[in-house]
Design a protein around this ligand. Structure first.
Ligand code: NIG
Ligand code: FE
Length: 418
């Protein structure tokens, strides 16, 4: 493979670096009138344009004409691979039915499981790849450069396997990095309705060992109507035996104690947390578990938001993600997530942007992403706006001018422009 071309971004009106060495400039480490030099897909230098070292002067350059630049968004919680849609169910929820009652009646997640199994029967992974690829392209066009993708709509070994194969295929078809997570314990599938123990053993003994090479993490939907804390502990410990680190859907629908379990098992991330309390927040802070908040899921469910301020002020590392899925959060744009977070959860625009970039990178244990400085992966978003504040200020807009992935302009590279 040839090296990506070198590139200098000049004329950056506002550069969000998220660099702790620039903490004097605030959480986002903002540099105004900045430049970024990129070599071999990494940031070689970032700082004031007037300080740009001579050695970079002759690199090919792009004038950002005063625009803002932020690190590529890291979407650390998605269910990107699925078949079908659930618009009818969404309308029923708006008319008053609950998510839990729809699930208990065999629809909800189970409807997507039926559609996903059918798609795999009809076309192996091909149909799943095609729809997931389109969603990943939309994500990239909206500034996401890394995306976590869970299984969990197969709930049997062959379909779960196809889901994770589709997830990794997407990462080869679209210039976006993908990270796989096994979510075999999403809900109990109908054929095991009377034998939960039997299904737990399928996940532990068959699914996790077979799927481990395609994934980095093991996740469990630990909540009312899904898995108990004791069941989740079993699955997450089993995942560890196959090298899969734990992350967990916790406290979304009810207060269950799942956040304490996350801390106990050393989960990399605990996600949703709409019902977490101060004790749970303190436990996550002490364990170093990232709190991944999914504000568009709560927005779409019209339920109260997670206590983002409590978590942040307790010293928990906060990430934001889309939760992109056909049930609770059919959204691909991290910009929209930042907007809902800033408008509805009590995070400031700066905190929301940090959580959607650096927070997401930490939730996926990718230390070289989510910041801009020497050695960082050159994943950058150039906004058609003067400041990161425009992301929540103009909700629903796609403010992306160009996206740079691994040092290459992959969105907005029209000939004759720039
Ligand atoms: O993260 N809560 C569990 N899983 C998804 C919803 C999946 C679905 O409804 O299809 C979530 O919100
Ligand atoms: Fe989820």
């Amino acid at each position: 493979m040839t090296d990506p071309p070198d590139l200098i971004l000049r004329g950056i009106g506002e550069l969000v670096t998220n660099d702790p060495a620039r903490a004097a400039a605030g959480l986002l480490g903002i540099v105004e009138n900045a430049a970024v030099a990129i070599r071999r897909g990494r940031v070689a230098w970032a700082g004031l344009l007037e300080d740009l070292p001579d050695e970079y002067f002759d690199l090919p350059d792009l004038d950002c004409a005063g625009r803002a630049v932020v690190p590529g968004f890291v979407d650390s919680h998605t269910h990107l691979v699925f078949a079908g849609e659930r618009g009818g169910e969404f309308a029923r929820r708006l008319a008053g039915e609950s998510y839990e009652s729809i699930l208990a009646a065999g629809a909800g997640i189970q409807a997507t499981v039926r559609a996903t199994r059918r798609a795999v029967r009809d076309s192996a992974a091909a149909g799943l790849i095609q729809s997931a690829r389109l969603r990943a392209e939309h994500m990239l066009a909206n500034g996401t450069t890394t995306v976590e993708i869970k299984s969990g709509y197969g709930l049997n070994v062959p379909t779960e396997l196809r889901m994770l194969e589709a997830a990794s295929a997407v990462g080869k078809l679209v210039p976006i990095d993908t990270v796989g997570t096994v979510l075999g314990a999403h809900v109990v599938p109908p054929e095991f309705a009377d034998d939960r123990e039997g299904y737990l053993r399928v996940v532990e003994e068959e699914m996790l060992p077979l799927l481990a090479p395609l994934a980095r993490y093991c996740d469990v939907f630990c909540d009312a109507g899904a898995f108990t804390v004791a069941e989740a502990r079993r699955i997450l410990e089993a995942g560890k035996r196959y090298g899969l680190k734990p992350r967990i859907h916790a406290e979304q629908l009810a207060a269950t104690g799942a956040a304490l379990l996350a801390a106990e098992v050393g989960a990399v991330s605990a996600d949703h947390l709409d019902h977490i309390d101060a004790e749970g927040a303190a436990a996550l802070a002490a364990a170093g578990t990232v709190a991944t908040l999914l504000p568009v899921a709560s927005f779409s469910m019209r339920t109260p938001q997670a206590p983002a301020r409590l978590l942040w002020d307790a010293g928990v590392t906060v990430a934001l993600a889309t939760d992109c899925n056909p049930g609770t959060s059919f959204v691909e744009s991290m910009q929209f997530v930042v907007a809902v977070a800033a408008l509805e959860t009590g995070l400031s625009p700066a905190e929301a942007v940090w959580a959607a970039t650096r927070g997401g990178a930490l939730a996926l244990e990718e230390p070289d992403k989510g910041w801009v400085g020497t050695g960082a992966v050159a994943d950058l978003v150039i906004l058609d706006a003067p400041s990161h504040v425009h992301i929540p200020y103009r909700p629903g807009s796609n403010l992306v001018w160009k996206v740079v992935k691994d040092g290459v302009i992959v969105v907005g590279d029209e000939p004759g422009e720039g």
